[in-house]
Write a protein that binds this ligand. Sequence first.
Ligand code: PLP
Length: 356
Amino acid sequence: MNRKLFTVGPVNVEPETLEAMTRPIITHRSKEYKLLHGSIVEKIRKALNTDMDVFMVSGSATAMIEGAIRNGISRKSLGISGGSFGDRSAEIAELNGKTVEKVNVPFGKAILPEHIEGKVTEDIEAVHWVSNESSTGVFADSTAIADEVRNQNPDSLVIIDAVTSAFAMDLDLKNLEPDALIFGTQKALALPPGLGLMVCSERLLKKAETVENRGFYTDLIKIKKQSDVNYALTTPPVSLMYALDYQLDKILKEGMPACYRRHNEMADLVRNWAEKKLNGIFPDEGVRSNTIGVLNRGDLDFDAFHAALKDKGYEISNGYGGVKEKTFRIGHMGDLTPDRVKELLGAMDEILEVME
Ligand SMILES: Cc1ncc(COP(=O)(O)O)c(C=O)c1O
């Protein structure tokens, strides 16, 4: 059955977007490829309002998170985590032989600059955290955290997992000045999975020159050399890139302020519904994500509720990680609209009535 996805990613992909993938394959050492690659980079820069480097690898966002860590840290980092994906970045660093000092923030609470007070010591080469923690639905003020990092240690890099916020919530890159900002295709870009992307600073590239064992696949120095002439380091998924180029045109046509507003509107609809009809939203007020509603289950039989919702042709997402059993999640990002969210909420109302 073809269900309407209100999941947290992969998300719903429109037929026209899939259609854009069916153009003839080109080789990645052709003039046509260079045009496609360059066009994507320029459009991402425009959408995110940055002139920084934009790198792509075939894979998922995690490939680029691992890449940022392997290129930006020789020995030691500080990992801030308020959930599963924050933990994962720390795990990636440790599995790559780095030492990670950890700051754990309670699930559902804001990540604040004071959480890292006195912790970005001289030996901390990078601080990593998640912009929008997909397990708890908490959106962090990354600019405030990055400022605090650089106040304490101007040499420390900031590596930000923006997998579920980029292109949906304004990250204000001109002020944030990330060293690595990472995302993928299967979230707010509303594409199939398959590309890991990174906005990368000169500082990170400079640091990479001093770091050993950067590997090959995500060696940012090798990637930069190719990217400067609009080539990929290894074989890129050109079909997905056609669709990415198409989606970027669509997003730019909507305009970023309108796109961010639409995500805010969808989030408000879900939040209000959760307060009125169920047990509210899990994360604290003021730090709630505009892309993922994490709803308290209370005594709702989620499996029965979700089975009934699937029968009606909709799919949402289970809870995740440490709050799996007490929450469930609704993804409202990408090409979805407030009208489509209202349609989902209407279907959920009908199910609640029957379940009562
Ligand atoms: C916040 C966050 N970070 C990282 C990831 C991992 O991304 P990928 O599966 O594209 O590697 C996800 C996936 O859901 C995520 O939500």
